[in-house]
Design a protein around this ligand. Structure first.
Ligand code: SF4
Length: 313
């Protein structure tokens, strides 16, 4: 990964970010296994070419500083902080990870995140798997299984005023989320299944990699708006064409010919703004890279012409 520093931030931040990205064959970190298929592979294949600016990694670094702070506390018996762990399976693949904190009872991880991640529970599934894999690596090294996990989430955008408007809003800028981590056998099965998937993904060319889902692309999907002809503001936004057609049908009864349906394409927000491997992703290149998009459209046009000519023969 090429780390850039467009804002000229202190050099120590660049070195701290560089330390976070280091890929080795058949060795996957817990966090990389949790990424979606296409992103994992592209990040590894083009790690020497992908650029990441230090300014985009500030919150990740903030998390790292929390870890440094934890490392300096006095430990009790059977308590571990920032334990660097790895385990190689019979298939030759290695799982590596750093577990923030383990004590007699819990396996913990500290996160800096948004309040909305807590309210919508959008990372709960990923966090549980992360804790499970961390607990598993600890178990392989020490033979002691921790069945309870906690995410200690530090909420970077917490705002006291919001407490009055939303009863689901976290009461403090820190929230502890508890997870049942199951058994080591269950977790081992899950990890081996993921490595089987990885082995298959490694054989695929870039354009054969499974596509990121709408959700993974932060895309809310296409919308159909019913709008007055020539107007700017939608009367109503619908998720499906059928709903919009029904709505238009009703309007036609009193306002014949005055309204129409327009398609609003959903935006691939992650591809456009947050995916650092987008320049190497065939989907992005085809849809958003101006030059490649033009070549593709020209090819499609020529093919259509050829087909039409042949049909006319
Ligand atoms: S550019 Fe979009 S589709 Fe491609 S890897 Fe990134 S998020 Fe997925």
């Amino acid at each position: 990964m090429k780390i850039t520093n467009k804002l000229g931030l202190p050099d120590m931040l660049v070195r701290a970010v560089e330390k976070e990205y280091n890929y080795r064959d058949k060795r996957y970190s817990i966090t990389s296994l949790l990424d979606n298929d296409r992103v994992i592979m592209l990040k590894r294949r083009y790690s020497n070419l992908i650029e990441q600016d230090v300014s985009d990694s500030i919150w990740m670094l903030f998390g790292t500083f929390t870890h440094f702070a934890l490392e300096n506390i006095e430990l009790k018996e059977n308590e571990f902080v920032e334990e660097h762990l790895e385990h190689t399976f019979d298939n030759g693949y290695t799982l590596s990870g750093i577990v923030d904190h383990i004590d007699e009872e819990y396996c913990d991880d500290y996160k800096t995140t948004s309040v909305w991640t807590i309210i919508y529970k959008s990372n709960d599934e990923k966090w549980k798997k992360q804790l499970q894999m961390g607990a598993y690596l600890h178990y392989k090294k020490h033979g002691v299984w921790k069945s309870k996990g906690r995410i200690i989430a530090i909420l970077k955008d917490w705002n006291k005023k919001e407490l009055l408007n939303n009863e689901d809003y976290p009461k403090l800028p820190v929230e502890v989320i508890n997870f049942d981590l199951g058994t080591p056998e269950e977790v081992e099965k899950m990890i081996l299944k993921r490595f089987d998937e990885i082995i298959e993904l490694e054989k695929l060319a870039d354009n054969q990699l499974p596509m990121c889902s709408l959700e993974e692309r932060f895309n809310n999907g296409d919308k159909y708006v019913v709008i007055k002809k020539g107007g700017k503001r939608a009367t109503k936004v619908h998720d499906t064409k059928e709903e919009a057609e029904k709505h238009l049908e009703n309007l036609e009864k009193n306002y014949a010919g005055q309204y129409e349906i327009q398609l609003r394409k959903g935006e691939d927000t992650k591809c456009l703004h947050y995916c650092n491997c987008n320049k190497f992703c065939p989907y992005y290149l085809m849809n958003y890279d101006k030059d490649i998009k033009e070549i593709h459209e020209e090819l499609a046009e020529n093919t259509e012409k050829e087909i039409n000519e042949k049909m006319g023969e």
